[in-house]
Each structure stands twice: as structure tokens, then as C-alpha cells.
Design a protein around this ligand. Sequence first.
Ligand code: ADP
Ligand code: MG
Length: 565
Amino acid sequence: MKFLQQKIGQIDGKSYKAYKSLQGTFYFPKFNLHIDYVQGDPFASPSKIRLVIPNKYQSIDQAWLETTRRQTYIEDHIARRVQKAIFKENTQVRGSGKSGMVAIDGPDQAILKRSAVQLNNREVTICISVGLPANGRRINGKEAEKLFFKVIPSILKHSLFALKQDDLTNAMQLADQHDVIRKKMKEEDWVAFIANGSILPRKSGVSTKPLENAVPFQSPKENEVTISIPHRDEPLTGMAIKKGITLIVGGGFHGKSTLLEALEKGVYEHIAGDGREYVLTDPNAVKVRAEDGRSISKVNISPFINDLPNGSDTKTFTTENASGSTSQAANVMEALEAGATSLLIDEDTSATNFMIRDERMQQLVAKDKEPITPFVQKVKQLRDELDVSTILVMGGSGDYFDIADQVIMMDRYFPVNVTDSARKIADENPVKWPDASSSFGSWTDRVVVTDSIKIKLGKKAKVQAKNRHSVMIGRDVIDLSLVEQIVDDSQTRMIANMLKYMAMHAPFKEDQTLVEWLNHFEKEIHRKGLSFTQKSKEQHPGDLAMPRRFEIAAAINRLRQIKIN
Ligand code: ADP
Ligand code: MG
């Protein structure tokens, strides 16, 4: 501590570069400070530091580490507390550029495994970034002292050293409950569970907070199930959606898309008070939509599209600029390749010709002039041959009535089970389907030529997440704006790290497939944590969060001109 004070004294008033001499470890009375990276000037991206608090100063309860989920939820809770404390302290230190700013990569509504706070039975590590104070481009030692000796200790005092047992207990209990619900869902073959009383709509298109005064969710009697969960007197009651084909119908503005969006996000768990804390979906559920203009590399879309007028081979379909239907077909096939077990589809974001083809159109345009076999003729095979479930919003056509296992109608935000009426209508007005192959067909396991990523990187080997929905790779940008199940910028940063890792590491076997890469990533994260792509342990890993394999694959799949064998 004295040592740091001395060092700051020595560089006070000097040019900003002299801050580099602070890189290293300093011991404070209740924590160790690691200065991992020092910014080049006061306007550059901030310096990165780690606060490591040994067990003797903040005792680590073994209960926190009892399950992986508990550990993640406690880490999440601590990150939220630090974020709050920073918010209160943030105005104390001043100067040019980013002088005095303090930030943690805090979570939003979802509880993700992230690197900002890390627990083990010896210590708590908190990663934050700080702007080292300056006047113009000269070091301001007095403010730097304030930052390290007042602001940071005060942040810890009001967060990590002020944890409340009740909050910790609640976090652990929610973790245990989620474990039980997820286990039950597996046992019962439910692809989704939505507790009664859940609040599904969000405050606005840009806010992930719950909408105030929303109509709480209430399951139809036919779908209602009860689950006994720990740490709660009353069992949890709500709607279960079984494996199979589920159709969501209803008039416009009655809440169909809102329900589907909640299911999309239910692959993650959410904090108490979010409204979706008991809304859980098959973790391998993938939202599939049309995405005109995306690039596609050697995807086998032949189950849906054949005999294109330009003669393109749809078993290894490649394009720089996909249409609505080809992009949606590719999105389905890529999801299956990566291991999706449920597909989520909304008419609002689908290509009509991919979803349906009505009788009149069949009469006008002969089958041999239509390359597309619509999804409606494949959804049953997906269920029966591949055990892949579909939840589909479709208010504009009754073509799916015949094949849906259940039909849910949204009526003023209340779901009603209308399966019987839909069946009856389907029986009374049969649809004549055009001939189509009786089996689904198959996807192709593709090999990624990692050299083609390396070439993209160029000499500087720069891969960087620009924001949640774009990754810069060399001079190119991967557009992830329509990959809707990325919920955190830190997931995108992790995806960028993995792309770079792919380029830098030779595949561990020849013909390493995309799926083998995804498996490798998951194994490495499990073994070494989110920082596994980093060369040095000393590097600050503090702004990463866990993405799913589907979103990692989505980034690789959208890399333009990637070579795939
Ligand atoms: P649909 O897809 O059926 O046309 P949306 O899901 O887009 O309908 O919902 C229409 C509007 O209703 C949205 O503005 C949404 O925020 C709102 N909404 C949805 N569910 C609820 C609810 N449970 N309570 C209050 N408002 C809701
Ligand atoms: Mg809608």
C-alpha cells in the first residue's frame, strides 16, 4: 500500500505513459490489487485492474459453491452489488478524458456465467476497469491516490464487505429452484414452463425490464401443471408445453410474439423480480427467422429447397446474399447441425413462402416450378425422425392445424387451449398437400477451414466485438443483428475471442468439423473458465459472459467468405 503511494508520488505530474510503471500487484489491508493493463492515454479504453479478496477478509461460505448454478448466481449477485456501489462512488475523481471512471462488466436481467466476478474457496476476484486520472495528458497523482485509497476501498466496503445473508440465501434458493424445474422439465419432456403470474412483456423495445401493469400470465387449465420446488411452501403452478408441435394463434396484438419472445429468452435464467424468473425453455431451443442478405457457406438446405432456377446446388448452398426463404432454411439447418432440440418461429419474422403454400397457389404454380418445400410439410418429420420440437406463432393461416399437437390461442394476453376446435376445423376443411418427400432429409456436418479465418484477420490479427451485434474481424464485420438470442455484449466479446482462438490454433485433428469446434469450446470453458482463450493468466478477463453453442455457430456461419469443406 505504502509502495503504491510512493510510486504514485514519483510519477505525479509526469507524462501519462509513466503510469505503465504501476503495472503489478499491491497489497492493501483487506485486498490485493493487481494492475494488469494500463491505458496509453486518458482518452483510451480504460485500465484494467483486479481486486482479489482472500477468504480471511470475506469469508466464503461453502454453501455458495455447493452447485455450479449456486456459484454462478452468487457471482452474479456480487457483480450486481459492485455495480450499484460503483454507481454511487463514480463522481468523486475528476480530470481529463476517462479520469476517475470506474466500471464493472455488470449483468442485465439474465443470470449468465461471466468473468467479472469469480469465486473459489480461497478468494473472490473482482475485475473492474478504471480511468487513471490526468490533467490534460499529465498524471494527476493526487486524484490517483484518491481513486486507489478512497474510491476503490469504499466500493468494496459497500458491496463485497456489505453482503446481506438474505440476498445470498435468495440467490442460492433461486439457483436450487431452477435446477429442480429444469430437471423436472427433462423428466416430463416439457420444452417450456411458464409459471402463473409471470410477467412476459418488457417495458419497451429497448428495455429488458418488466412492463408495469401488465396482465400476469395464467395457464389454460388443460396445460396446467404443478411442480414442488425447494425453499417454497406452495408448489409452483403454470403452463407446461410438451415436446412436439405447438401452434400459437390469436388475433393481432393479443400477445403471441410477446409469449414467443419470453420463450426465446427462457433458454437463460433471469433474476427474481424480472417477471420471467419462472419462465424456462429447453436450453437448446433456437429462434429461427428469415434473414435476407446474410451470407451462407455450403449449407445443405436441400430438405427445404431444391432445383433452383439458376441450377445452384442446394446440398452445398453458398451465397453472399440470401433471400428470405433460403436464409430461413439455412438458419434451420445450421441450428440442427449445432444440436438444436427445439425451434422457435414467429410469423412476423418469417418468409411466408418458407412457412406455407396454400391450395390456390399450388393450383396456379405447379409443384415442379416451386423449389421450396414449405416448413409445414417438414415439421412432422422433424418431430418424428429427429425428435426436434417446434413452437410456432401463426395467426394468419390455418395450414398448421392438421399437424399441431396442440394449439394455444392468445386472447387478450390470456392463453386458451383451442386444440380440439382447430382439429375439428381441419377435419371439416381438409387441405390438399402437394407431394413431398416423406422423410426430413439430412444436414451436413461441415468442416471449417480455419486458415480462411486467419487470412481475414490479416497481420494485426484483430478480432473485436464492436457491440452486441457486430464483430470486427480484420476489415470485415460479422453482422449478428438478427441473432436474437444473444442477450449480452459480453457474450459477443467471448464469441470474438473464440473466433480468434480458432484462427490461431490449428485444429486438433484433420477435418475438424464445426460441431467438434463447438464441443471443444464447451469443454475448455468447463475446464478452464471463460479466460481459456487467453495466453496469459495475468490478463484481465473481466468482461466476458457465456454464449451458447448456437450463437457461437451463428457467428462462424455469418463470416463472409469463410471456407467450409
Ligand atoms: P401479437 O404478436 O399477437 O400481434 P404482441 O405480442 O406483439 O402481439 O403484443 C402486442 C402488444 O401487447 C405489445 O405492445 C405488448 O407489449 C403488449 N402485451 C403483450 N402481452 C401483454 C400483457 N401480458 N400485458 C400487457 N400488455 C401486453
Ligand atoms: Mg406478433
